[in-house]
Each structure stands twice: as structure tokens, then as C-alpha cells.
Design a protein around this ligand. Structure first.
Ligand SMILES: Cc1cc2nc3c(=O)[nH]c(=O)nc-3n(C[C@H](O)[C@H](O)[C@H](O)COP(=O)(O)OP(=O)(O)OC[C@H]3O[C@@H](n4cnc5c(N)ncnc54)[C@H](O)[C@@H]3O)c2cc1C
Length: 803
């Protein structure tokens, strides 16, 4: 084994091998893979090897497409067969709702170039004769599904990497990791030590243990998973290889394995494996079978696929593999640790392994993953994702693997976990809560406790009229919203302005003022949108997306502030309430001695003031686009502030409103939001944020690229549409058509209650941004006419928020 390398990859499963290959491909040849047993001896060797392109996150779906298309390349380089069988696959719908879901999946696949096809039951039965038509209403056909040989794929990656210069060492266990002052690592193994500039944790089933070597508790958990292989089925003899098939309602996946069929299931009562620590002696091992546990799915098999039910069982496999709480991989650099990277929690190694390797290798070599990997970035989880939280969420996710996630559906596991001081007060007002990073926040308010429950649906739900009433209150009088669920930072010190000016694209505002600012990466792409409020000369309060707080912290570490500047995350230390609507000024004025007139306290003012007895930071800004104020207090004051506003509010017809109404109102104003309209694949000019990029500054991260984007105009434009939708609105990722061609995609959608129109925001090529007509947005398989708007549909000149 070499004793000094640029990168040491820990783990020789499909993921570690892919990372190794991609590093050599990206030009880093001095790389070493350390495997404690044989390659594949963790969860890889007993995988069913299935591969699919569909994923809830289109960006992850793209990486899945990449993975499947990669197998030819690594076969060619390595000479090792991957055992690729591209049979095509069908997903069967047993209900109308499932068919709607499949139509949505097909529509989303359009702009990714996927050739998915909705098929009738007859057509499905022609393609997959083993099914019993009676139980189904239709299906989705994907021509590039199939399966591979897990051993072949892993060895092909490893051999291709070795041809590219990498070294692979087996039967060597990493027992400890020690950082050096220069950011490099000493890797302690049972066969001597290695020094590496970078370490990648691709430890799969043992990724938690490898994480613990550096004080990291990764949110992953292994679940037991079973599949069986039947005896030969006479009906298959002499036939073309059967398609892959997923039966959602039966919670079964199946494919041909030699003369029989392989059948697996994600049971509702899934069982975690080794929830606290993975035993080191579990090498190339399996777990005892427990067919009882999957008996309900096996019963369904008799009905839905009679030939499978009649065949005897040749083999049962029960093996563990790991999941993150949301089922997507955990990839990227770890905040607080230099040169330490993870590529773990990959539950679909044969669909995702290639994409994970590609993204991570670019991240390491170029400093940027080169694609939008927010959906699998390890930074999406913070300290709140504890082991017990992970356990509850992974079990929930596993049990729901084949269930529909409706756009308005909130999941119930691990809740409530984090609550703010006014949680019970909101509950007493019949709040329907959502979960955001483990934090409860009100979505909408029902008139009575018995109605505080949202029916899950693809269509407008029972919340619709209540959300409409909340929007009306804001637009006509005044509404009160809790805004604690934002990320917050306090930047203090003599060099605060200088540092922020370098990290953010906009100018730091003068004392007492607010500025909105994009944060760009070196490629000039959006990696954040912040509100910067200057409390004092050397104190700036930042408000941002809460889910991205750790992501930002990692970025701030990379662009470390000089000594004397402190960047302190203070998310839950400051909690907030917002009042918005034409009467919000009168309400707040009744509680403070400060003059709130526009002359004295104009739009984008920010000031420390007392509200009643409560010391607060107050900004004149509202995401509703109406006259409004955000009031930030330390958490011990929140209840008093709430009571004060509610008490005084009666006179002004104050009404509580929640996140759903806020979303509707921000759509009416064409306001974008992080992870929807603002992501690292868009530039600020494309996203309509150009006016917040101050190119007069000599230097800031991403300036050169932003300048170039401005000059060239970028490629895309964020556009607002009104949509002739019937009773279902766009919710995101729907295709935008023009003259019979898919030209873009929706980023957010919903119903604008104040304008009584269905609305959607989305990206189109810039050439289309001036085109007046001919647009359609596909919602649940139906192409609805859409009209491009030249300005926000509500208060386009912003006179309400400024007045
Ligand atoms: C029954 C079953 C069926 C499956 N079916 C499919 C399927 O059809 N399609 C699909 O895409 N996926 C499937 N999977 C999931 C798939 O197996 C995983 O996604 C994949 O194996 C994850 O690979 P990995 O490299 O992350 O982890 P692992 O395969 O667990 O690899 C990690 C490696 O790291 C090594 N290691 C760990 N710690 C150390 C250390 N300290 N020192 C040295 N080496 C170390 C281990 O020995 C191991 O070889 C299935 C899984 C199971 C259990």
C-alpha cells in the first residue's frame, strides 16, 4: 500500500469504486481505495442490481440517467462485464391517484429527455404477460430500466480506476483517522498507516463508524431488505426477457432472474438493522430470512401475478442497506472538517452510484460539483437529525417507498420535534402544521379543531377556502405570521462589512437599512438569497433559508472571515412574527413610540425598537409583497409579543395566516425562493435578481461570471404564468410547452387567491421570455393554456409594500 496519496477512499462497495474511477477520470491519479474485505462485501454484493431513472428530484434523476449510461464506458475501459440487461420497465397503477402520479412523473421526465410513456392496461399486459389485468388501471413504460451485476459493476469501476492510475488495497481496515494541522489526514489501518490530502468516507454499512472516527454522527440507518427468487416459471421458457415491473399498490418489484422471477418488497413494518453500531465482523454476510414479515406482499403476488404465486421459492435474500432520512444520498464536504468528504447513504447504488462519483469528483477536483446536487448534499441535515430522528424517518421512508407523496402531504414520523414558544398558542387556534427541518410551522388555520386536517390530494384541498380567507385578511386588513423558520446569522466585528461585501453580490446597506442579496459561487451561479439588515456599523443580521443554514455555514468556512469578524448562526435564538397588510402599520404603531410613517420608517428600514415592553429588531419588509413588518425577538419574548399583537390586533381585524397563504401571495408577487427558483444551476440575471448584483463593487465571489452573464444575457429566464388550470395547480417540475414542444419547467405553482388565478413560476430559454402566447403547462397529464405575465400579477409597481 502506498503511504502518501492525494485521496484515500474508504470503502470498496459500488459507491467507493465509482468515486475512485471518477477521480482518475477527473485527473487525480494518485488515489487509493482501502477496503476491509473483498470489494462488494458490504451491502453491494447481494443487491438485486435494479436500475431506474425516475426520482422525485429531477436533478437526482439526471444523475441516475448518467449512471445507467455509464456502464458501457466502464465495460469498455476495464474489459469487465457489468452484466447489463436493459429490459425496459413498467410501473403499474392500481388506482386513479396512482395513474395521476405516473402522469406527473412522465411529465417531469419530459424536460429531462426521458422517453416515458403512459400505457393502457391492455398494453401493459401485452408487455408484461405475468400480470393480472383486473387489478390495474394503467401504467408507465420506461425503455431504459433494467438490471446489472453488482459484482461486475463494482469491479469494472475499480479496474477502470486502476487503469487510470488508482491503487486498490483489500483486506485492510481503517481503524482511525487523525487530522494534521495542514488539513491533511493520517489514516490508521490494521496494515500500516497512510497519509492523504483528502479522505472520502464511502463506508456504506459502516459509514457511521467511519464518521465517528472524526466526531461525526451521520444521519443514516440500515434497514433489512428481502427479495426472493422463484423456481423456473414454465411460461417464461423461450420468451424474451421479462420487463422490470413495479406494482405500487402491491408494494412489489419484480424482474426476471434466469428462468424464474426475482421479487422484492418494501414492507410497511420495515426493520432497522444494527441501529446504533454496525458489527465489523459482518462481511459478505446475510441476515436470517423472515418471510412472515413480507407475507402481505407475498399474498398480493398470488392475485396480481398468479404465475409468480404458483412458482416455488428457490432462494431468499435478506440483507441490510443504508438510507438517509429522506432516502437520497449524503454527498459532499463536511463543515468543520478540512478535506473530509462523504459519499454514503446511497440506497440505490446501481442507479445513483455513477452520479454520486461524478458529482463528488468534480467537487473535490474543481471545487464545485458541476451539477445541482442540493437534493443529495450532506449539508441539508443539521445537528437536529439525530440518530433517533433518523431511525424514525428512515423507517417511515422505507415503509412509504411505493406510496404516493402528494404535493400537500406532510409526513408524521419524528414529530413534533422542534417547536417555538408559541406552538401551543397556534395549536389552540387550530393550526395545521408542517415539518421543516424538524421544526413545526403553521401551514394554515382551520375554523375548528375538527377541521384541522388536510386531505391529501393532487387537486385543491379542503384547505383552499381557508387559505383564501387568510390571503384576503392580509390583502384587506392585517395578518399575523410566524417567521421563525428562517435561517439567521449575525455578522459582527470591524471587518464585517468588508467580508460580507466579498461574499455577497450586493452592497452591504447603511446602518438602519435592509438589502436583498444573492450569494454566488465562483461560476456565478446562485447558492443563496439573503436579507442583509445593518443593525449597527459593525453588526449585520442575515436572514436566509433555514434548510440551507449548514450549507451556508460550510460556504462561510470556505470563505473564512478575517480575524475579528464573527459569523454566528443564530437560527432558533431569534424567533419572529410578521404582520402584513394595509392595517399592519396602524397595529404596530399602536404598540411602539417609534414613528412608523413612510417618511420616518420607509420600506427596507431596519431598527432596534421596543414593541410594548419587548426589545425587538423590526424590519419593514414582507414576503407577502404587502405593507408589512418582520419583528425579531430572542425566543423568551416570543409569547409576550404574540399575545400583545393578538390583543391589540382585534381592533384591526387581525387574522393568523400560515405558510400556504404566504406561498400564494409570494407567487402573486413573482418572488422566488431558495431550492425552487434559486438554485446553483441558475445565474442571478436568469433568475431576475440582476438588480441585486452590484457590479460597481471591484470584487466579490462570482463577479467575473456575473459580469459575463449580464453581457451575454445567460440562457434562461424566470417567468410568471397564469394558468388555465381546472382544480389542480402546478406544484413544481411540470413541463412548460410552447407550440407543441417542451421548452422549460415549472419551479413553483399554486393558486393566487387575491387575483383568483392559478399561477406558476418557471424557467424558459431566454428567447421565449418575450414571446406573448402559445404556452401550456402540463398538470396531471393535461396541457393547460398558460399566459406569460410581463410583471407580477399583484401590485406590479410595488406601491403597497412601499407606500
Ligand atoms: C437485498 C438488497 C437488494 C438491493 N437491491 C438493489 C437494487 O436492485 N438496485 C440498487 O441500486 N440497489 C440495491 N440495493 C442497495 C445497494 O446494495 C446499495 O445502494 C449499495 O450497495 C451501496 O453501496 P456502498 O458502496 O455505499 O456500500 P457498501 O456496499 O456497504 O460498501 C461499503 C464498503 O466499505 C467497506 N468499509 C467500511 N468501513 C471500512 C473501513 N473502516 N475500512 C475499510 N473498508 C471499510 C466495507 O467493507 C464495504 O465493502 C439493495 C440492497 C440490498 C440489501
Amino acid at each position: 500500500m502506498k503511504n502518501d496519496v492525494r485521496v484515500a477512499v474508504i470503502g470498496g462497495g459500488v459507491v467507493g469504486a465509482s468515486v475512485l474511477y471518477h477521480l482518475t477520470k477527473a485527473g487525480w491519479k494518485d488515489v487509493l481505495l482501502i477496503e476491509r474485505g473483498e470489494l462488494t462485501c458490504g451491502s453491494t454484493w447481494h443487491a438485486a442490481g435494479g436500475m431506474h431513472t425516475i426520482n422525485g428530484d429531477p436533478n437526482v434523476a439526471k444523475l441516475q440517467q448518467y449512471t445507467i449510461n455509464l456502464y458501457k464506458e466502464i465495460e469498455q475501459i476495464s474489459g469487465q462485464s457489468c452484466g447489463v440487461h436493459v429490459t425496459g420497465g413498467i410501473m403499474l397503477a392500481g388506482t386513479r391517484a396512482r395513474l395521476d402520479w405516473l402522469k406527473m412523473a412522465k411529465a417531469r421526465g419530459r424536460y429531462l429527455g426521458m422517453e416515458l410513456e403512459i400505457i393502457s392496461v391492455e398494453e401493459a399486459a401485452r408487455l408484461f404477460p405475468l400480470m393480472n389485468k383486473e387489478h390495474f388501471v394503467g401504467g408507465l413504460f420506461d425503455p431504459i430500466e433494467g438490471h446489472v451485476d453488482p459484482y461486475g459493476v463494482t469491479h469494472a469501476y475499480a479496474k477502470a480506476a486502476q487503469i487510470g492510475g488508482a491503487q486498490v488495497v483489500r483486506h485492510t481496515r481503517v481503524t482511525d483517522l487523525k487530522p494534521r494541522a495542514d488539513g491533511s489526514w493520517d489514516i490508521i489501518t490494521d496494515h500500516g498507516n497512510v497519509h492523504a490530502e483528502h479522505v472520502v468516507n464511502a463506508g456504506g454499512l459502516w459509514a457511521r463508524e467511519v464518521g465517528r472516527m472524526v466526531g461525526l454522527e451521520l444521519p443514516i440507518l440500515a434497514m433489512e431488505h428481502q427479495y426472493l427468487i422463484t423456481e423456473d416459471i414454465p411460461a417464461l421458457k423461450g420468451q424474451k426477457e421479462q420487463l422490470h415491473c413495479i406494482d405500487f399498490e402491491g408494494e412489489i418489484y419484480t424482474r426476471q432472474e434466469r428462468g424464474g422471477m426475482l421479487l422484492g418488497t418494501y414492507e410497511r413494518a420495515g426493520v432497522p438493522w444494527s441501529p446504533r453500531a454496525t458489527p465489523w465482523d459482518f462481511t459478505q454476510s446475510l441476515l436470517p430470512n423472515d418471510l412472515e414479515r413480507i407475507a402481505p406482499s407475498l399474498e398480493v403476488r398470488f392475485e396480481h401475478f398468479p404465475a409468480l404465486g404458483e412458482a416455488g421459492i428457490r432462494k431468499v435474500v435478506n440483507g441490510p442497506f443504508t438510507f438517509a432520512p429522506d432516502g437520497n444520498p449524503l454527498v459532499g464536504p463536511i463543515r468543520g472538517l478540512r478535506n473530509f468528504w462523504v459519499a454514503c447513504g446511497v440506497m440505490a447504488g446501481f442507479s445513483q452510484g455513477g452520479g454520486v462519483g461524478l458529482a463528488l469528483s468534480h467537487w473535490m477536483v474543481d471545487g464545485d460539483p458541476g451539477a445541482d446536487v442540493w437534493g443529495m448534499d450532506v449539508a441539508r441535515y443539521g445537528d437536529w437529525a439525530t440518530l433517533a430522528y433518523t431511525n424514525a424517518k428512515v423507517r417511515e421512508n422505507y415503509s412509504r417507498r411505493f406510496r404516493i407523496r402528494f404535493p400537500n402531504e406532510e409526513l408524521s414520523a419524528a414529530r413534533p420535534l422542534r417547536t417555538t414558544p408559541i406552538y401551543e398558542r397556534l395549536q389552540a387556534n387550530h393550526a395545521v402544521f408542517g415539518d421543516y427541518c424538524g421544526l413545526e410551522h403553521a401551514l394554515w388555520f382551520a375554523p375548528a379543531a375538527a377541521e384541522a386536517n388536510e386531505v391529501i390530494t393532487f387537486h385543491r384541498s379542503n384547505a383552499h377556502s381557508h387559505v383564501a380567507a387568510e390571503c384576503r385578511a392580509v390583502r384587506e386588513s392585517v395578518g399575523l405570521l410566524e417567521i421563525s423558520n428562517y435561517g439567521k446569522f449575525e455578522v459582527t466585528g470591524a471587518g464585517a462589512e468588508e467580508w460580507l461585501s466579498q461574499v455577497m453580490a450586493n452592497r452591504v446597506p447603511p446602518v438602519g437599512r435592509i438589502a436583498l442579496t444573492p450569494m454566488l459561487n465562483e461560476r456565478g451561479k446562485l447558492i443563496g438569497d439573503f436579507t442583509m439588515a445593518r443593525v449597527a456599523q459593525e453588526r449585520v443580521f442575515l436572514v436566509c433559508t433555514y434548510a440551507a443554514e449548514d450549507y451556508y455555514r460550510r460556504w462561510f468556512e470556505r470563505h473564512a472571515p478575517p480575524s475579528g469578524v464573527s459569523v454566528r448562526p443564530c437560527a432558533m435564538q431569534y424567533v419572529g412574527l410578521s404582520v402584513a397588510g394595509p392595517r399592519s402599520r396602524a397595529l404596530l404603531q399602536s404598540l411602539t413610540h417609534e414613528d412608523l410613517s413612510t417618511a420616518a420608517f420607509p420600506f427596507l428600514t431596519f431598527r432596534r425598537m421596543d414593541v410594548g415592553m419587548i426589545p425587538a429588531l423590526v424590519g419593514r419588509i414582507s414576503f407577502t409583497g404587502d405593507l408589512g413588518y418582520e419583528i425579531w425577538v430572542t425566543s423568551e419574548y416570543q409569547r409576550a409579543l404574540y399575545d400583545l399583537l393578538i390583543g391589540a390586533g382585534a381592533e384591526y381585524d387581525l387574522r393568523l395566516f400560515g405558510g400556504r397563504a404566504l406561498n400564494a401571495m409570494r407567487l402573486e408577487k413573482s418572488f422566488g425562493t431558495w431550492a425552487r427558483e434559486y438554485r446553483p444551476i441558475y445565474g442571478p440575471y436568469e433568475a431576475g435578481l440582476g438588480r441585486f448584483v452590484d457590479l460597481r463593487k471591484d470584487s466579490f465571489v462570482g463577479r467575473a461570471a456575473a459580469l459575463e452573464e449580464k453581457a451575454g444575457g445567460g440562457k434562461l429566464r424566470l417567468v410568471t404564468f397564469t394558468v388555465d388550470a381546472r382544480d389542480a395547480d402546478a406544484s413544481g417540475d411540470e413541463p412548460i410547452w410552447h407550440d407543441g414542444r417542451v421548452i422549460g419547467w415549472v419551479t413553483s405553482g399554486g393558486y393566487g387567491h387575491s387575483v383568483q388565478r392559478s399561477l406558476a413560476l418557471g424557467y424558459v430559454p431566454k428567447e421565449y421570455a418575450e414571446v406573448a402566447s402559445g404556452f401550456e403547462i402540463e398538470i396531471l397529464g393535461e396541457r393547460c393554456q398558460a399566459t406569460r405575465q410581463v410583471a407580477a400579477v399583484f401590485d406590479p409597481d410595488g406601491s403597497r409594500m412601499r407606500g
